[in-house]
Design a protein around this ligand. Structure first.
Ligand SMILES: [Zn+2]
Length: 238
């Protein structure tokens, strides 16, 4: 199977990342957001493959607060999230935020799910490495779910995903990535409820899955996109 066929089969509607980020500005502009009055907050995996997306967000929206952990999980907690809230400019009595939160996965040029290439490395690699490691533990039956103080992010990633898996079920990587995306939305929205005051803040939410393809190009499968403006939700569609 070709990369394009695999992309269309597993992630229908995926867009090149530059198109997606440009759209986020177009979508929020009618709701009063622009680069100077908005702070972007980005949750992507620590993998260097995710950085070009973060750079595009910075170029479009200005310097961004990093919310991300392994797998793109939003694990920074209330204190970290509140710090991001306090860094937003106040213009016209309101703060504005644009949140981007993404799981990620590789697809090889032969359509193999999970495969990716890294600059300067001759052998193919895997993405997301944290999800592949979790899947290996599930597969082996040797799953460690207690909080390991020397592996905190991976422990929390596993705990959150385990809540969505039936005992004994080992999802394929594509399914596991979609589950991760669901967890990311859930954790982000819980933080938003805790930390954002809708009477003084407007915000946009953009979630999805980054897909790393051939020639170091990345696509975005759009998951959830909406804006909260004066406490009213507006769904956004790319
Ligand atoms: Zn990763």
């Amino acid at each position: 199977m070709s990369f394009t066929n695999a992309l269309n089969e597993h992630f229908p509607g995926a867009k090149p990342e530059s198109e997606y980020v440009a759209w986020s500005l177009e979508a929020l502009t009618p709701h009063g957001f622009d680069n100077p009055n908005t702070i972007a907050c980005v949750a992507v995996c620590r993998d260097e493959l995710t950085r070009p997306f973060a750079a595009l967000v910075r170029k479009t929206w200005g310097e961004a607060f990093s919310l991300g952990s392994l797998g793109g999980m939003v694990l920074l907690g209330r204190t970290g999230f509140l710090a991001a809230m306090h860094h937003a400019p106040t213009i016209g009595g309101r703060q504005r935020y644009a949140f981007f939160a993404m799981a990620h996965i590789g697809i090889g040029d032969d359509g193999e799910i999970g495969r990716c290439w890294r600059k300067g490395v001759d052998e193919p690699s895997g993405a997301c490495g944290a999800l592949l490691a979790f899947r290996s533990e599930l597969h082996s039956g040797d799953l460690r779910v207690e909080l390991d103080q020397d592996d905190v992010e991976f422990s929390l990633l596993k705990q959150r995903l385990m809540r969505r898996l039936k005992y004994g079920y080992v999802p394929n990587l594509s399914r596991l990535t979609f589950l991760t995306h669901e967890v990311i939305i859930h954790d982000l929205e819980r933080m938003l409820e805790t930390a954002v005051d809708p009477t003084t803040s407007n915000y946009g939410v953009f979630t999805g899955i980054q897909i790393h393809g051939p020639d170091f190009k990345t696509w975005i499968w759009p998951g959830t996109s909406y804006a909260i403006v004066n406490s009213v939700r507006h769904n956004l569609k790319i």
